[in-house]
Design a binder for this molecule. Structure first.
Ligand code: ZN
Length: 296
């Protein structure tokens, strides 16, 4: 019916928690709900209960932890692929919502959704190329290039790149069950917990955070030279530690060593604009999930 308001749903389906939201047709969030990620059945049921309590939707966007098959037409489209998260491999995060809510469901990774959210409504507004890195329980990167999230053979899995690992400075072997000391294996919240024996939020040893800044800065250098983003938003629970982003910027200035491709010639002030926290805070992912539904 002409003039009838349209509402959109979004889910940031994270490995630790799911954030569900309903938004108006301008993309402003009207209601949100956070539920812990437990079993696939219980978590999906909780999300369906939330949307069942709200207005009929025009479409739903899902930004999920991965790896996930985001290739439309693939026989396993919508399914979580090999994941270390117990019980979640092969979980379909599209069909249960499409079937129960009767609406189109758009899918992407949680980090691509967060990149899209920040690009359309946050720290990346007006830019051509934006990267979003999360450093939390895991590490991941999403990006918007030429107006849309980046896909390819599957989707970027930047958390599993290799970064230099000095076993003298850091004897920890790494926490990734697939690669050991990949980026996520060295720099994630899980890696910090296992290396130091306590969760990142309870760590105040300066040397622990100096090492963390080193790994995040190495990741940012690689991202800078591989993708040439105009800005890198760094979110996630670990990245909230006071002073971490400032330490990353300082190391980035040193590691890029004046080579073109990073905003080095303009000096430290430009670096403050280049590596930033999420303008949307903890709502970047779910805002982007709603944007997936709105713009597709
Ligand atoms: Zn790995």
């Amino acid at each position: 019916m002409a003039g009838t308001p349209r509402f959109y749903g979004g889910i940031e389906a994270g490995g630790t928690k799911w954030v569900c939201a309903v938004a108006d047709d301008g993309g402003d969030l009207l209601a949100t709900e956070v539920t812990p990620t437990t079993t696939p059945e219980a978590t999906i049921r909780a999300a369906l209960r939330f949307f069942g309590n709200h207005r009929p939707l025009a479409a739903l966007g899902v930004g999920t932890f991965g790896p996930v098959d985001v290739r439309p037409g693939s026989p396993t489209y919508g399914r979580i692929l090999a994941t270390p998260k117990p019980g979640w491999a092969d979980t379909d995060v599209v069909s249960p919502f499409r079937d129960a809510l009767g609406v189109p469901v758009r899918l992407d990774t949680d980090v691509n959704a967060a990149a899209l959210g920040e690009w359309r409504r946050g720290a990346g507004a007006g830019l051509g190329t934006l990267a979003y890195m999360t450093v939390g329980t895991g590490v991941g990167v999403g990006a918007v290039v030429n107006g849309g999230p980046v896909h390819g053979l599957l989707h970027p899995e930047f958390g599993h790149i290799r970064v230099p690992h000095d076993p003298v400075r850091d004897p920890f072997a790494g926490s990734c069950p697939f690669h050991g000391d990949c980026l996520e294996g060295l720099a994630s919240g899980e890696a910090m917990r296992r290396r130091w024996g306590r969760p990142a939020e309870h760590l105040d040893d300066p040397s622990a955070w100096e090492l963390e800044a080193e790994y995040v800065a190495l990741a940012v250098v690689n991202l800078t030279y591989a993708l040439s983003p105009e800005r890198i938003v760094v979110g996630g629970g670990v990245a909230k530690h006071p002073g971490l982003l400032a330490a990353v910027r300082a190391r980035l200035l040193a590691l890029t060593a004046g080579y073109p491709g990073a905003p080095v010639p303009a000096g430290p002030a430009a670096m403050d604009e280049y590596v930033v926290g999420p303008a949307l805070g903890d709502l970047a992912g779910v805002t982007g999930a709603v944007e997936l539904a709105r713009v597709s």
